[in-house]
Design a protein. Structure first.
Lengths: 263, 124
């Protein structure tokens, strides 16, 4: 039995079923991200202080450009199908896939950068802040043995760690911190503060969408492209639907980038 | 969109194959349009970054407002042109109308709850 309205539009909606389906799905996605964004607004408005300059703007910008470019290539892949240029479709879809994977690699690098970034409260009340360089083999915080070496700086006031944009010429150096001098330490994971919890939640969910979209695009570029030979119109519609999802993912990033990296 | 210029290989769908898009497609014309859209997105991103680095006498609230305005314009370009939302069917506009209504409701409820402290407390 054939599935109806995979190519022809339904008379009542004026759309083929998959297109209506993807828009309904995107509407639910808007509600999901809308809830998270409203949570962000609530937490930010209620916060006494908010970090600035904690994320790399060049890396965030690179990812923005990559995602915008992938949105263009996915559209061109669909247009190539519409005009019957299957070779061009394969090229543009491969570009989209590569750009998506590049985005995920950069995001992974950023996560790793935060994972090895530590804020260490010292016994004298000052704070050592920087990226892990080396941890001695005998380092044990509970037993107070060994040293923890970071590339960073020491500040007397924790508030100095918040607004990095306002501080000019921050001098970083290698600092070996003996475990005996450490009162407490924590990396810049989602547990560090509200800002990082929001950062990891929002970008993590977005990255999962990128991953999911990449799997679909990869399938349509690989084994799924057999449909082109049997039912090219339906295949073209599949490319359109996957493209709509991809553009939505790009739309979400258009707001995530300024909200997390620039403000 | 202009009339189809590109040749169609054997076995491929006609240019206006999908009934959801009755307009004929010109690939080269689309590429040109995409280049303009990409440049527009790059300009918007550059503008947002420039605003974020404005001197300190601009408050963060003002910067956030300006940046979000540019982000909305950027989103309009992506949704309008790349997702073809400017030339979609009425059903999709209806669906998106409901979505916008509920998302705005979600934001309003959240903002209204800002000062809705649990019983027995006076602040966050």
């Amino acid at each position: 039995m054939d599935i109806p309205y995979t190519v022809q539009p339904r008379p009542d909606t004026g759309l083929y079923n998959a297109k209506l389906g993807i828009w309904l799905f995107l509407a639910s996605e808007v509600m999901l991200f809308g809830g998270l964004f409203s949570g962000y607004v609530l937490l930010r408005v209620g916060a006494d202080q908010w970090p600035h300059g904690w994320l790399s703007v060049p890396l965030g910008t690179t990812n923005t450009v990559i995602l915008a470019l992938s949105a263009i290539t996915t559209l061109l892949a669909w247009v190539a199908c519409k005009v019957g240029h299957f070779g061009k479709f394969k090229f543009f879809h491969a570009c989209t896939l590569l750009l998506a994977l590049t985005f995920l690699c950069i995001k992974g690098y950023e996560y790793h950068d935060k994972w090895i970034h530590y804020e260490i409260k010292l016994s004298d009340g000052t704070f050592a802040d920087g990226h892990l360089v080396e941890k001695s083999a005998d380092f044990d915080l509970a037993k107070k043995t060994g040293t923890f070496t970071i590339h960073g700086r020491i500040v007397t006031d924790e508030n100095d760690l918040y607004d990095l944009r306002a501080q000019k010429n921050i001098q970083l150096k290698e600092i070996a911190v003996p475990a005996a001098d450490i009162k407490s330490m924590e990396n810049y994971g989602p547990w560090h503060n509200t800002y990082l919890a929001l950062y990891f939640t929002l970008t993590g969910l977005h990255a999962l969408h990128i991953l999911g979209g990449s799997i679909v695009i990869g399938y349509l570029w690989g084994p799924g492209r057999r449909m082109w030979k049997t039912d090219p119109k339906r295949f073209t519609n599949r490319i359109e639907v996957s493209g709509l999802f991809w553009h939505f993912v790009d739309l979400v990033w258009i707001f995530l980038f300024p909200v997390l990296y620039l403000t | 969109m202009s009339e189809l210029k590109t040749a169609e290989p054997h076995g491929a769908p006609p240019a206006d194959a999908s009934p959801a898009h009755e307009h004929p497609v010109d690939f080269n014309n689309y590429v040109r349009r995409c280049v303009f859209i990409f440049i527009a997105i790059l300009c918007a991103v550059s503008l947002m970054i420039w605003i974020s680095f404005l001197p300190e006498h601009y408050t963060w609230a003002a910067k956030v407002g300006m940046i979000l305005a540019v982000a909305c314009a950027n989103a309009f370009v992506v949704a309008g042109f790349l997702m073809h939302l400017l030339s979609e069917k009425k059903m999709i506009y209806t669906l998106l109308g409901f979505t916008v209504f509920f998302v705005l409701g979600l934001f309003v409820l959240t903002i209204c709850a800002t000062n809705d402290f649990p019983t027995g407390t006076t602040s966050h």
